[in-house]
Design a protein around this ligand. Structure first.
Ligand SMILES: C[S@@+](CC[C@H](N)C(=O)[O-])C[C@H]1O[C@@H](n2cnc3c(N)ncnc32)[C@H](O)[C@@H]1O
Length: 210
């Protein structure tokens, strides 16, 4: 499916990838490698995380044969758009061909609330031709809150105020489709640890998908 989504990328142009919440980069590197192998094209990845310790770890462990740029950025912050745009400029592209949001929506939601999640989804989809989203279901939120309580750490202040709750995975897809000009083209069944992957593509001004 991903191969068919980037058929129109001109020969000689790299496939641009954004990985949001890359942690220490293990999955980023694996995805980058897999896409290069599967598509037979060179890829340029921008991988961001808000945690500088994780980005330092990722940078130190990075395999130099992959063109991956790690950067400390909070996706819910306005700085994100300028970092992403200047990365795209350096590789001569206007949008990312694929943006990945693996296991991150819940953290943005718990820490930044409904508004922070919505503005993050909006800014990522605005610069992406296709999105691959793996949202955490509601039971993960409850487990995260319980873990926080047990550890004695301060609670997630936003938790009680969240409007998007038990149907949060579908709410996220619905928001992307109704507010961010994206269209769902694939929803997987649940993985062994209870997650679904959604693939969405941008809807162009003429109503066609890219
Ligand atoms: C559960 S980990 C997922 C890591 C990786 N994507 C994976 O699936 O293996 C979530 C990551 O998102 C990062 N994160 C949380 N909120 C973020 C935000 N607002 N902006 C950027 N990164 C964020 C965390 O620091 C953490 O590394």
């Amino acid at each position: 499916m991903l191969a068919s989504l980037c058929q129109d990328v001109e020969c000689g142009q790299p496939i641009a990838i954004l990985d949001v919440g890359c942690n220490s980069g293990e999955l980023t590197e694996r995805v980058h490698e897999l896409l290069e192998e599967t598509l037979g094209r060179s890829c340029c990845t921008l991988a961001i995380d808000l945690d500088p310790v994780l980005i330092l770890r990722a940078t130190e462990a990075a395999n130099s044969k992959f063109n991956i740029t790690y950067n400390v950025v909070d996706v819910s912050n306005s700085q994100f758009s300028s970092v992403a745009k200047s990365f795209l400029e350096t590789i001569g592209k206007e949008k990312f061909d694929f943006s990945f949001l693996f296991s991150i929506t819940m953290w943005i939601h718990l820490n930044r609330g409904d508004e922070g999640l919505e503005s993050s989804l909006n800014s990522v989809s605005g610069i992406s031709k296709a999105l691959v989203v793996e949202p955490q279901p509601w039971r993960c939120y409850r487990a995260a809150v319980r873990r926080m309580k047990r550890s004695g750490a301060p609670p997630f202040e936003m938790f009680d105020k969240l409007k998007r709750r038990s149907g949060v995975e579908d709410d996220i897809v619905d928001f992307l489709e109704t507010q961010c000009h994206m269209k769902k083209v694939l929803e997987t069944s649940r993985t062994s640890w209870g997650r679904k992957l959604f693939v969405l593509v941008q809807v162009l001004a003429d109503g066609k998908t890219s």
